[in-house]
Design a protein. Sequence first.
Length: 84
Amino acid sequence: MLGAVLCGYYVCEFLVNNELYRMNPKNIRTANTSLTKDDIDDIWADMCRFIHCEIFHESGLYYCDESELAEDKYRQLRNWDNAR
């Protein structure tokens, strides 16, 4: 999915699954606090993990074997562990 429009879909899916994204404004919670640098770092780490494990890894939920990631030059990226 490198450079594909679907990358935006995966980010939205991640946010929906983690209850960070709402389409209906009535469902948006208001907060009296702002995010700290640590909060943002945690969100960044979660998104990186999601992309690495669920999109790039060949056993991930959103891996597409017809994408550019299926090419041999990306074998180490999509098959980085044998535990799955």
